[in-house]
Design a protein around this ligand. Sequence first.
Ligand code: SF4
Length: 380
Amino acid sequence: MIDNHQALKIKTELLCKGLYLDERLIEHYKAQGINIDYGRKGGAGPSGGRYFLLEDGLTLINIALWNNPKKTELSLKENKEGYFQVYNENRNELFGRLKLIRNPRFYSPEFKTSDGIPMKKIALVHGIDCLASTIYQKCVYWGCGEACSFCGIEISLQNDSTIVEKNAKQMSEVINAAKKEGRCNHMTLTSGTDETLDKGANRYIELLKGVKKNHADLPLHIQIEALEDLEYINRLKEAGADTIGIHIEVLDENLRRDITPGKFHLSHKLYENNWKHAIEVFGTNQVSSYILTGFGENKVKFLRDVEKVVSIGVIPYITPVRSIPRKKDLPITDYNELLDIYTKTAELMIQYGVNPLKNRAGCVRCSGCSAINEAYKAAV
Ligand code: SF4
């Protein structure tokens, strides 16, 4: 039996270290009817991984799969009775057992939208039941050489695994297909940043309205950078967004300059104003911010900054940074450090009355990429 504390510990370790998948085993698993690969090569959230459940059947993890054994001591081995055995090669012992979440049927090429686009190019299932889509696959910062170092948004375009822009009709059709197989109970919508003042909000608004017309009951999450004109936050809510992520990604000012050069011109103060306004509009527990760790930040300072975010009422979606396949290698986050960060952040969330388990849609509800929900469960 895995209790909340163990789930937090195991998940944090797997989030940081990932798993080594021996390329030669892919065909071996295929012969057993198990399709495993190195995951998507770009797009929303950390890429290059697959979704697994711990043995408790509840704890979901988006785990990096490496093709290089030097990246991690944890290896994916034989699949027995539906569970992959995970070995710690350094200790020569069983680490645990994981259930691979299968890809949905609509990924097959015969599933197409009415305008002939393979459904897989429109949206993907993240975890078990979170349909996710990058509604606009370009970003102003890529165009001017100031892309965030952890971002893979335009890589999916280069791979031809998606299309530049998705519309509400295409999205609604994929939602129908995903719902039929029980793989869509909420959605994450993300986008690159636009050059215009609305930063892409208008594109979201059009899509949200169209999707809500067809799927009024489906909770929708959108993600955007801090806006100079806060009125767009109201409009996004009115158009049908249920939750919002206003993503700062890096808290430390010096690191921000290097890691998110394009977004660096947006001040902390602007983010604070956006978060405060978004909480008024979207309500308690419905506003979050992706915060990456593992860039060598000072932990005490990091936690001080996290406290500022939490004290406003924002859920800090703390995630260890992961290298984008075939892009610059980023450091592997120390899992004991991250465990401590999660534990202390959960205490802060309790202290300030922030509850991630009450979030209605998107990354916080999915929880695949961060152990913030497990930390909260372990702390209450
Ligand atoms: S938390 Fe879930 S929805 Fe968000 S990026 Fe990760 S896997 Fe996708």
